[in-house]
Ligand binder design. Structure first.
Ligand code: GAP
Length: 432
């Protein structure tokens, strides 16, 4: 991995991809806001994720569940008992650490003393109370995964959609985890977004679908332009499995801080539907017309964080090279995910009106654009290279004579003269 996390963080801040949340109040640890370019990049990530899920299997439905869930639901899911990390305190400087993040045989990395407490388990769910009632019925939690709202709606989904097993339900939404030590920027946050897909199938079909989903999910990352050699699979050993999983394969990415999980594909078996049936008293089994018996469907899940994938794309695209004898930073995004597709650059300000017409035309076709009329053309190219814009379109004096513009490719820096009535077709062809 050629870049460092510090460079990525600096670029995200400098160009307004990501802001520390509540920065003017000192910031909130593990919580980030996304600026204009960050918003656009996230939108593209979500769009291609949806496309990829829809083209992997037929019968995919969507939903948008609530973030708050009642105590009883998280009891049933096993999260109140099992969703914790090992915590240790330094009694000298009062800092908290994840016990598996540090070497307890050594001194505290902050104060240099060796004064550790016993390791205890820290539940990572954010707990709150609904309304003014103080008893247990009012306790709710911010969801630590989006998946549970799909499971508890299983009967609603079946009865309101004409679907039969096998089918999938996909969801994109916020999740919250009170991480002991949020770190590595967008890698481990306290508030983040997940893209999850729950595939409901017959128990005997999990062995067929599990590898199919793993392959499809791995392929997704190459379609986003991520380098193949930076992606690998990591099948979990028994002791690594979450409480709900009977088998899991992670898709790992080689981040500047090492190989880490990007996405998890888990065989959750009938754990979730069985638990919710037991705890709610509502039968979540389905009837098999052929076998003439009821059974509880099994679930294969794929789950990836939008923000973690955002960081992955930034790391993978970050490039330093030399252009026209000058050092430049270039985000070599695939044109699919690039936040801005085309920058419109009038050579001088009094060509802006004509260039604006091209801007309006391209924008009316849904293209995300930037209009930049300040500074030398070289400087403007550098600015666009740094945010990953694949095409720069220059409107010059000759454009008024020949009705053509120059389009420069971010990576090759080659320039082509394109007639104004061909621009849209030219760009669309190169964006796929
Ligand atoms: N429903 C299954 C589930 O939540 P997970 O492995 O705990 O499984 C799935 O999380 C994905 O969510 C991870 O692979 C990662 O991409 C993302 N994720 C998890 N915790 C995160 C955090 N604290 N910050 C950012 N992304 C996170």
């Amino acid at each position: 991995m050629s870049t460092s996390l510090e460079k990525i963080v600096a670029l995200c801040k400098r160009r307004g991809f990501v802001y520390q949340s509540a920065d003017i109040y000192g910031g909130l640890n593990g919580v980030y806001d996304f600026g204009h370019l960050g918003f656009l990049l996230k939108q593209n990530i979500k769009r291609y994720w949806i496309q990829s899920i829809l083209t992997t299997q037929p019968n995919i439905l969507f939903m948008d569940g609530a973030i708050l869930g009642p105590h009883a639901m998280w009891e049933a899911s096993g999260h109140t008992q099992n969703f914790h990390d090992p915590l240790v305190d330094c009694t000298n400087c009062k800092r908290r650490f994840r016990a598996d993040d540090i070497d307890l045989a050594k001194v505290c990395p902050v104060c240099g003393k060796k004064a550790w407490t016993e390791i205890r388990q820290f539940n990572m769910m954010f707990k709150t109370n609904l309304g003014a009632v103080a008893d247990e019925s009012a306790i709710a939690y911010l969801r630590p995964e989006t998946a549970q709202s799909i499971y508890v709606n299983f009967k609603n989904i079946i009865s309101t959609n004409r679907v039969k097993i096998p089918f999938g339900v996909a969801q994109i939404g916020k999740a919250f985890r009170n991480e002991i030590t949020p770190k590595q920027f967008l890698f481990r946050m306290r508030e983040f977004e997940q893209m999850e897909m729950e595939w409901f199938c017959k128990p005997e079909e999990t062995d067929k679908y599990f590898p199919e989903w793993v392959n499809a999910r791995q392929e997704f990352y190459t379609t986003l332009g991520i380098k193949k050699e930076h992606i690998r699979l990591h099948p979990h050993a028994k002791e690594e499995l979450s409480h709900y999983s009977s088998r899991t394969t992670d898709i790992e990415y080689e981040f500047p801080f090492g190989w880490k999980e990007l996405e998890g594909i888990a065989d959750r078996g009938d754990f979730d539907l069985t638990q919710h049936s037991k705890h709610s008293g509502k039968d979540l089994a389905v009837y098999d017309d052929e076998a003439k018996k009821s059974y509880t469907p099994h679930i294969i899940e794929s789950s990836v964080g939008v923000d973690r994938l955002f960081l992955t794309l930034m790391c993978d695209a970050y490039t330093e090279d030399v252009a026209d004898g000058e050092e430049r930073i270039r985000l070599a995004f695939s044109p699919r995910v690039a936040p801005i597709k085309v920058a419109i650059l009038p050579l001088v300000k009094n060509l802006s009106d004509s260039a604006r017409k091209i801007y309006t035309h391209l924008a009316s076709h849904g293209l995300m654009l930037d209009f930049d009329e300040s500074g030398s053309i070289g400087k403007r190219y550098r600015r666009q290279d740094e945010i990953g814009t694949p095409f720069c379109l220059t409107y010059d004096f000759q454009s008024q004579e020949d009705n053509a513009v120059t389009i420069r490719d971010r990576d090759t820096m080659q320039q082509e003269r394109v007639s104004t009535d061909q621009i849209l077709e030219y760009i669309m062809r190169r964006l796929v």
